[in-house]
Design a protein around this ligand. Structure first.
Ligand SMILES: *[C@@H]1O[C@H](CO)[C@@H](O)[C@H](O)[C@H]1NC(C)=O
Ligand SMILES: *[C@@H]1O[C@H](CO)[C@@H](O)[C@H](O)[C@H]1NC(C)=O
Ligand SMILES: *[C@@H]1O[C@H](CO)[C@@H](O)[C@H](O)[C@H]1NC(C)=O
Ligand SMILES: *[C@@H]1O[C@H](CO)[C@@H](O)[C@H](O)[C@H]1NC(C)=O
Ligand SMILES: *[C@@H]1O[C@H](CO)[C@@H](O)[C@H](O)[C@H]1NC(C)=O
Length: 851
């Protein structure tokens, strides 16, 4: 067989590849860390959930995690996405788990596979299929025969699928750890006698699958035998595993928090996340995972809840749209690099604890080759401190850790952010601009409209003289359930004449309701992320004779956690009308006719196929503020390549689809007006409400539509609006970085970690610098703020201080204007020669626009 040299090369590289990929890694552990192929390892892991983005985004997200200094990707496995009905499996598109694992493997990264298969995860029903609740005799997550049968069946299916592809490290694949169950230890005792036997069964069942890599159980204090119990929290430095021979692993470090419709926007400051991670490794931690590193989107009806938003941004280092969130992403990247510089000394050296002050301490690691690593911590929540360590002085801001990979030079301090901040905007493009004209003869834009009837369409599904549970009835095949009845009103009733005195009073277990009488919307109400049940009391208009009462009850994501979560119900429990001559009429036990779902849903009008099953009315001006309306229009893709979000600020509540793909639930419900601090102090323990913003604004205004869902033109956008909105104000917004900022001080680390990696030696006296970079193909078009002196404030609102070098702007402009990126150092000749404000620690702050 003849071979050209190039094909020979390919042949040999294929050969090498297959040899190396077939080389099984032996993953074990000791008290200090995981041991992969005989080597202890410190591991930075990052959660990216495959169904919360699209396959087209996966390679880039994984590459960004690797570039951000991660060794591993972590994902849950989403059972209800994979087994929509018993024995009927789905592993395609966003649920193509095999493809996702291949992408991680091909990027040269490890994978932590948290199978669960109960996962919570703010995911619908915690990931367990709703149908399983209706298999008679089933109780979830306890010593229950049915649950254990189905759980083992699914877990085995996943394990076998991974084995078949040789995905476990023991087979040469990327999976180094696998998880069974999820945070069960926190509620084990609530399950009484069934709790502990179930947890032990889950552990032993998992072990029996012989995957060749360790199993973990998070928040499972009694994880037996070789199963490693791990920590989930904002801080895990104080965590210790349940046995002296298990390593300290942090499965969930929350770099932000999730949102519910009607809540404020939580943020966790990068200084505090970095502090928590540095403390964890300082105190002997060996594997840390960010939950989430990219949160992504709860497309369609996948969000849990109730009330979890469609966005699962999580304030993560990579934002929902796939852009690096700066400075968070880059600050953590520097942290990871600094920790990696310490890896072998920390893993093989001896650790000594030194007290440097009342609330200041150092952990010093030294190894037999004379290497020395130190973590200097100041856990004082208020005061910065100067500490002496090995004859040098170090400035430690309050609530910070400095990392000294050689016990001398400060490579990183968790509170000194050197990376730039990006200013991100949603730049609107009115929908009209992308809508297609129906013909070249008419300039009219076209909207197709289909109105749902307020009540039973076609025949009722059933009739009952009682109010039924919503979830038991829909089994989550849809969010919607119609409760309808009729009421005869005598023509002598007062309220028919003396204005509206009739009142509808209803109570529901959750989650939301729109009340219609005689096809007119009378009122809406809903619970919230804290309290699911709610009451609606609203004046109503009745007529003499027969009145049609139609109540549209809705779920907004099913319960995803908590003991016995699958038994939490929803739907109406009481319906009354007051104001009659004879008092209040109680309709709770009236004759109710029920219909599961909407006609448009049932016929799939958001799909090409279903669209023809109903009669659409074509109009150039769509109706506005009309409840129960389906809108359909044809649009072009927004120009450019930036990610796209649908601006639904002027719509009411409903769902949206593009080209038949479910974007998700939209609801620009506003957050409380109060509870947002004017500024966020990163110092001190974080809690989810600590640094909220967005008070009085919609919790979620923009809805991510992946670029890959668009064709260049002819895209069908379908919207179902429940209560009324203005579709002419819908905009497709492009997510763009419009500006960049930087702020560094003289006492910030000046060491370039890349050069440290290459073994370059450092001299005292180099100074910190600001590195600014605009997105590709854009330039720094203006310098909006520049001050060398003692400026303060945050990006977007820096203010000049009492000390200011008057030519700061011209120095910065000279270095940066009309460039894609630039570096301005505090050692710039101009700055150095300036005799400026003696005794002041100099700071440089810059804000620049990108165009
Ligand atoms: C895997 O490594 C452990 C210790 O690190 C060792 O005891 C064991 O024999 C190794 N197993 C294999 C299959 O190489
Ligand atoms: C610190 O200084 C003292 C006194 O000069 C000296 O004995 C000691 O070796 C120094 N320590 C280090 C770590 O340089
Ligand atoms: C009160 O009046 C309403 C409407 O006229 C009627 O439907 C209902 O049966 C009456 N209830 C009682 C308790 O008489
Ligand atoms: C949720 O609703 C309850 C009851 O109406 C209310 O007390 C609470 O403040 C609401 N929470 C939020 C975050 O709006
Ligand atoms: C749903 O139906 C089941 C079976 O009939 C019943 O046990 C359960 O209590 C119902 N749930 C609710 C919330 O009503």
């Amino acid at each position: 067989m003849a071979m050209s040299s190039s094909s020979l090369l390919i042949f040999f590289s294929l050969l090498c590849f297959s040899i190396s990929s077939a080389l099984a890694a032996n993953v074990t552990y000791d008290h200090r860390s995981l041991i992969i192929d005989g080597r202890r390892r410190l591991i930075i892991s990052t959660s990216i959930h495959y169904p919360r983005s699209v396959p087209e985004m996966w390679p880039r997200l994984v590459a960004m995690a690797k570039d951000g200094g991660a060794d591993a990707i972590e994902t849950y496995v989403f059972w209800n996405g994979h087994e929509p009905s018993p024995g009927n499996y789905y592993f395609e598109d966003r649920f193509d788990l095999v493809k996702f694992v291949e992408i991680v493997r091909d990027a040269g990264m490890y994978l932590l596979l948290r199978i669960g298969p109960f996962v919570a995860a703010e995911w619908n029903f915690g990931g367990v299929p709703v149908w399983l609740h209706y298999v008679p005799g089933t109780v979830f997550r306890t010593d229950n025969k049915n649950f254990k049968f189905y759980m083992e069946k699914f877990l085995t299916l996943i394990v076998d699928m991974m084995k078949q592809r040789r995905f476990f490290a023991s087979q040469g694949g990327p999976i180094i750890l696998s998880q069974v169950e999820n945070e069960y230890g926190d509620i084990e005792t609530v399950y009484g006698e069934g709790g502990k036997p179930y947890a032990m069964w889950a552990a032993n069942m998992a072990l029996s699958k012989n995957i060749g890599v360790p199993w973990i159980m998070c928040q499972q204090y009694d994880a037996p035998g070789p199963v490693i119990n791990t920590c989930n929290s904002f801080y895990c430095d104080q965590f210790t595993p349940n046995s002296l021979d298990k390593p300290k692993i942090w499965t969930e470090n929350w770099p932000g928090w999730f949102k519910t419709f009607g809540s404020r926007n939580p943020h966790r400051p990068p200084e505090d996340i970095a502090f928590a991670v540095a403390r964890f490794f300082q105190k002997g931690g060996s594997l840390q995972n960010y939950y989430m590193y990219h949160g992504g989107t709860n497309f369609g009806r996948t969000s849990g809840g109730p009330f979890i938003t469609t966005s699962y941004d999580y304030d993560a280092p990579i934002d929902e749209y796939g852009l690096a969130r700066l400075p968070k992403w880059a600050h953590l990247k520097e942290l990871h690099k600094s920790i990696k510089l310490c890896e072998s000394t920390m893993l093989f050296g001896m650790s000594t604890l030194l007290h440097l002050g009342h609330q200041q301490e150092a952990n010093v690691y030294t190894d037999s080759s004379g290497n020395c690593v130190a973590f200097l911590a100041n856990i004082d929540e208020v005061n910065d401190k100067l500490v002496d360590f090995q004859n040098r002085s170090y400035h430690l801001p309050a609530w910070s850790v400095s990392i000294l990979p050689d016990c001398k030079n400060e490579a990183f301090n968790t509170a000194k952010i050197r990376s730039q901040t990006s200013m991100v905007d949603m730049v609107p493009e009115n929908l009209q601009a992308t809508m297609k004209s129906p013909s070249k003869f008419s300039g009219d834009l076209r909207w197709d409209i289909f109105m749902e009837k307020a009540g039973i369409w076609e025949e009722p599904d059933f009739v009952k003289e009682t109010l039924v549970d919503h979830i038991n009835t829909t089994k989550d095949s849809t969010d919607y359930l119609w409760y309808t009845t009729s009421l005869h009103v005598d023509e002598r009733e007062d309220f028919l004449y003396a204005g509206s005195k009739g009142r509808l009073i209803l109570e529901s277990k959750g989650h939301a309701v729109h009340a219609f009488i005689n096809q007119e919307l009378q009122g809406s109400a809903s619970g919230n992320g804290t309290v699911s049940p709610f009451k609606l009391e609203t004046p109503i208009t009745l007529k003499a004779g027969k009145n049609e009462i139609a109540l549209l009850s809705m779920t907004v994501g099913l319960q995803n956690a908590g003991p016995f979560f699958e038994w939490v119900g929803a739907g109406l429990t009481s319906v009354k009308i007051s104001g009659f001559r004879n008092g209040t009429v109680d309709l709770t036990s009236a004759v109710w006719s029920y219909k599961v779902g909407l006609e448009g849903e049932h016929k799939g009008v958001y799909n090409i196929d279903g669209s023809s099953k109903v009669k659409w009315i074509s109009m150039s001006e769509p109706p506005r503020y009309k409840p129960l309306t389906w809108y359909k229009t044809v649009i072009d893709a927004p120009k450019g390549a930036e990610p796209v979000g649908l601006d639904m600020n002027h719509m009411g509540k409903g769902q949206a689809w593009l080209n038949g793909k479910a974007i998700g639930r939209y609801w620009p419900r506003k957050g409380p007006r109060h509870g947002c601090p004017a500024s966020c102090n990163y110092r001190g323990k974080f809690f989810p409400d600590k640094c909220n913003n967005g008070c009085g604004e919609p919790t979620q205004r923009w809805y991510h539509v992946p670029r890959s869902w668009f064709q260049p033109s002819g895209n069908i956008l379908v919207i179902f609006e429940e209560k009324g909105g203005d579709p002419t104000k819908i905009a497709l917004s492009r997510r763009r970085v419009t500006g960049v900022c930087g702020l560094v001080s003289e006492n910030y680390p000046s060491i370039d970690l890349e050069s440290w990696d290459r073994g370059v030696k450092f001299e005292d006296g180099t100074k910190a610098s600001i590195h600014l970079k605009c997105p590709e193909r854009t330039q720094i078009s203006s310098v909006r703020f520049a001050s060398f002196g003692n400026p303060s404030g945050i990006c977007g609102s820096y203010i000049q201080g009492s000390c200011h070098y008057p030519h700061s702007a011209s120095v910065v402009e000279k270095a940066c204007l009309n460039k894609n990126e630039c570096v301005v150092s505090l050692s710039e000749a101009k700055f150095v020669t300036t005799e400026l404000c003696d005794g002041v620690t100099k700071t440089l702050a810059i804000e620049a626009a990108c165009d």
